[in-house]
Design a protein around this ligand. Structure first.
Ligand code: F6P
Length: 592
């Protein structure tokens, strides 16, 4: 049995919020060890057995595979009769970004085959949330339901797939509740990575239900094939609670398996079978093995990125097609995850918003966070690029390699610190010519047996592989610059109710103080006052998170206050003296 599966291991936390024993000392690890730890954590996605623990199902458990079969058949039905039908993929944060990526990619594929585009995506906070973190809409069940209601207007058959890795987001709970009230038209599917028993029970403001009630009702309805819950346990995240990593990857694996099986059944008459689904999941496991067989090269990129961040330089991902979008997503997630500056790690994609193909179109007028085209990189960043910056190209053999070479040549005039992650599919390109353009190229060679020249599958594999590489680079670089304590991101932004609860847990974990004491310290840090008024303590969590959104470092301040029993001003001056979280925590522990 995995250590985290034991009933006594962090018993009050759901799997997705537990800390992963594999990465307990990630903050002391060197780049190669970091990549090895991430490899092991990601391998848990494909764990075959729950080691006799009835509490957990795994991705390959027969009940999970069977549910994937059932949902794939729903996709097949819709694809065969697309008139007045819709498949909606929805989620918050990374879950919504994965929904967007799949919906737009598959719509593009359908359009290129002169078929009706039947996919739609919803992300809490709208398209802005594709590139920046918009965490408060995650708490709004009514907004979720309203957005779904609008998407379904005029439709007679809707397959709704709501993703909440933690079985926790009120936005998704509101949507699922809406589905349950409209089962004649909508079949709801819930994807997440906790057993239903561990779904969130915290009351949702102005709502008669919480997430667990919805998940339980769906579980019941699954017996009549009216709703489906897909919730294998894939183990805790490498950085506690950071569902952009395993949660996002596992969501991608499950959704792509479902949707591809549905497409192959509808378009090629390939029957959807239990073994076929298992085979498809095994292929994704192979993608994991192939990607992480490059540990040394990946570790070298982690090191380069860390050096750049330490020198106050930058990391730039320049990608083509969806690999560029994967880069933009990874970069934008560093801001809320590690409290990174927006300039620290940035992503750009060839052809910018026309490649994104998002519902709200070109968002570049919204400000610098939305400047994503290679052309913008060339105009605004390239002139000031130096060896302190790390540039990583992301491309596959299917991209316009002349364009890749031309941009590489321009970048080389400013820095030699230029690298690439390249996917070689048939070996038909001229790898030596390409290799000579970069300081190093991490070449991932895909055996044709894996995707049998199926372009959709090939693309999905390259995307997932790139996601794993970039998650490792950005996480590893931030770990090496001291942003993480053990495997906790302490300096988290407390911008919604889930993050508020996580913050209190972290304070309890590191100080041993009571829940009430930790919450008071957090509120003092949020409101910046020593004595809380009665009104403040009794205000709802939403109000606290709105104020917290405007403040920095509230959790570290609360932590130091709890440890040192000092004032807010003392805690702040303490933290100013340390840039490395572990040092600050260790030093304030010495105060006791
Ligand atoms: O609240 C922020 C966040 O934790 C993101 O990091 C994450 O992608 C999002 O919530 C969604 O979480 P979940 O998929 O568990 O609903």
């Amino acid at each position: 049995m995995q250590h985290w599966q034991q009933p006594s291991y962090e018993p009050y936390l759901p799997v997705t919020e537990k800390s992963n024993p594999i990465t307990r000392d990630i903050d002391r690890a060197n780049p190669e060890e970091i990549v090895q730890m991430l490899q092991k954590c990601d391998a848990e996605i494909f764990e075959r057995t729950s080691h006799g623990n009835p509490m957990y199902q795994t991705l390959c458990s027969s009940s999970v595979v069977q549910t994937i079969v059932e949902v794939s058949k729903r996709v097949e039905v819709i694809l065969k009769d697309p008139e007045d039908s819709l498949i909606v993929l929805s989620g918050c944060g990374t879950s919504g970004r994965i929904a967007f990526l799949l919906a737009t990619s598959l719509n593009r594929w359908l359009a290129s085959h002169h078929q009706k585009q039947i996919y739609s995506y919803i992300i809490a906070g709208g398209d802005k949330a594709l590139l920046t973190s918009q965490e408060s809409p995650e708490d709004d069940p009514f907004l979720g339901a309203l957005t779904l209601d609008k998407a379904c207007v005029g439709k007679k058959h809707v397959l709704f797939i709501g993703i909440s890795c933690g079985l926790s987001a009120p936005f998704v709970a509101g949507q699922l509740d809406f589905c349950l009230r409209n089962l004649k038209i909508i079949t709801p599917v819930l994807i997440g990575f906790n057993p239903v028993d561990m779904a969130r029970t915290e009351p949702i403001q102005n709502c008669s239900f919480h997430f667990k009630e919805i998940a339980e009702r769906m579980n019941e309805l699954q017996k009549q094939k009216k709703a489906y819950v897909l919730n294998p346990a894939v183990g805790p995240e490498a950085i506690s609670g950071s569902s952009r990593m395993k949660g996002g990857s596992a969501t991608k694996v499950i959704l792509e398996t479902i949707l591809l099986a549905g497409h192959e059944a509808a378009c090629n008459n390939k029957a959807i079978t239990f073994n076929g689904i298992l085979h498809s999941l095994n292929k994704f496991e192979k993608v994991h093995q192939i990607t992480y067989s490059h540990t040394k090269e990946l570790a070298a990129l982690v090191e380069k990125a860390a050096v750049s961040l330490r020198r106050k330089g930058h990391v730039y991902y320049l990608g083509w097609q969806t690999l560029g979008i994967i880069g933009i997503i990874d970069a934008s997630e560093c801001i809320p995850t590690f409290g990174a500056g927006f300039e620290d790690i940035r992503g750009f994609v060839s052809n910018g918003f026309s490649e994104m193909n998002n519902k709200e179109g070109d968002l570049s007028s919204l400000g610098p966070h939305f400047i994503i085209d290679h052309k913008d990189f060339v105009h605004t960043i390239l002139p000031n690029l130096s060896d302190n910056d790390t540039v990583i190209f992301l491309y596959s053999e299917n991209d316009d390699l002349n364009e890749v070479s031309a941009l590489a040549k321009s970048v080389r005039q400013h820095t030699s610190n230029l690298h690439a992650i390249a996917h070689e599919l048939t070996g038909l390109s001229d790898p030596d010519r390409m290799r000579s353009q970069f300081m190093a190229v991490l070449t991932i060679k895909w055996p044709s047996s894996l995707h049998k020249y199926n372009p959709v599958l090939m693309k999905q594999h390259c995307e997932l592989s790139t996601k794993w590489c970039l998650n490792a680079i950005s996480t590893g670089a931030h770990v090496l610059t001291g942003k993480v304590y053990m495997n906790y991101m302490i300096d988290l932004r407390v911008t919604n109710s889930k993050l508020y609860r996580r913050a209190i847990h972290i304070l309890k974990r590191f100080t041993g103080s009571t829940q009430a004491y930790c919450e008071t310290a957090l509120l003092r840090a949020i409101y910046g006052i020593e004595e809380l008024s009665d009104g403040m303590s009794s205000t709802n969590v939403t109000q606290h998170t709105l104020v917290a959104n405007e403040r920095g470092s509230v959790v570290p301040i609360a932590l130091v206050m709890l440890q040192s029993r000092g004032t807010i001003a003392e805690a702040k001056s303490y933290l100013d003296a340390y840039s490395v979280i572990r040092d600050a925590v260790a030093a304030c522990q010495r105060l006791l």
